[in-house]
Ligand binder design. Structure first.
Ligand SMILES: [Fe+2]
Ligand SMILES: [Fe+2]
Length: 292
């Protein structure tokens, strides 16, 4: 374990980092960094609400930072899979988005009166290499897991949180995160649409056999990120929602509803007709202790 910090250094690359935020990573007219720099909390909150919200935003900071490594690791897999160039460029943009998200989450921790530092493992895990699959299918499985499953769930959670968040600066941050995750999910769905028709029967069967594994890992990962703690009363719930934090119970419900209503039907539309069974198998299985 070590300390994760998201400080920007003062060396010669700082200007380029700032230029990237203003240009390549910009989305519309939102400037969440500017809002955080000028901002203070508009409302007043209990110590408990601020402490719980800080913990959640600090955990998000760690998670977003790790996501940058996931997208960066997809590049060599896309290269091995002979993916077209736009997949390779956008996946690197997504890695940069995630670094930015980590820094925005750190900014919210500061806004909430906390130190934007987390004790965590700094080394990240490699992506599964799926030795039973040729490079294109191995890549498809990981791109599907990240884009069609994980990021599609993130859109649902962040869209709901965007509606609930009333604290103006935090709302700007949630809006940025939600807008970027739309692109991240699109990577999965567009790569699936481009790749599925090119797979032969065996390739499609192998890919579908991976689905229960993927859903089970997704569920473990989501439940790990939304631990159930002591029950939260209505006033604390309202405070947390204002600060961009949904309760774990509602998050878990929204997660399951998104898989049921969005992800499974979309996978079926793309040709993965066993997706409903795969999700049913994963939902019936005991939750794995860890996503890894
Ligand atoms: Fe993110
Ligand atoms: Fe993302």
């Amino acid at each position: 374990m070590a300390e994760l910090r998201l400080d920007v250094g003062s060396g010669p690359l700082r200007t380029e980092h700032e230029r990237l935020l203003r240009t390549a990573l910009r989305r519309g007219d939102t400037d969440p960094e500017g809002a955080l720099a000028d901002g203070a909390l508009a409302g007043t909150y209990s110590d408990r609400a601020r402490a719980l919200a800080r913990n959640t935003w600090r955990a998000r900071m760690v998670h977003e930072h790790q996501s940058a490594a996931v997208f960066a690791r997809l590049l060599p897999q896309l290269m091995a899979a002979a993916a077209t160039l736009e997949h390779k460029t956008t996946v690197l943009r997504m890695a940069m988005d995630e670094l930015r998200h980590a820094s925005l989450c750190a900014g919210v921790v500061t806004l909430l009166g906390g130190e934007p530092v987390a004790e965590t493992e700094l080394a990240t895990q490699p992506l599964p290499d799926h030795p039973d699959a040729p490079p294109l299918e191995a890549c498809l499985r990981n791109v599907m897991f990240v884009g069609c499953l994980s990021e599609t769930v993130s859109i649902a959670l962040l869209t709901e949180e965007r509606e609930l968040t009333t604290e103006p600066v935090i709302r700007r941050v949630v809006e940025q995160l939600a807008a970027d995750e739309v692109l991240h999910a699109k990577l999965g769905w567009s790569f699936l649409a481009a790749t599925w028709p090119t797979l032969d029967f065996e390739g499609r069967e192998r890919t579908e056999r991976y689905l229960p594994v993927a859903f089970r890992h997704l569920r473990a990962k989501m439940h790990e990120a939304m631990p159930l703690g002591a029950p939260i009363g209505p006033e604390l719930k309202r405070e947390l929602e204002a600060l961009g934090v949904m309760t774990s119970e509602e998050g878990r419900e929204l997660f399951a509803a998104t898989v049921d209503a969005v992800i499974v039907p979309r996978l079926v539309d793309h040709g993965l007709t066993t997706a409903p069974d795969a999700w049913a198998v994963a939902e019936a299985a005991p939750v794995l202790p860890s996503a890894r």
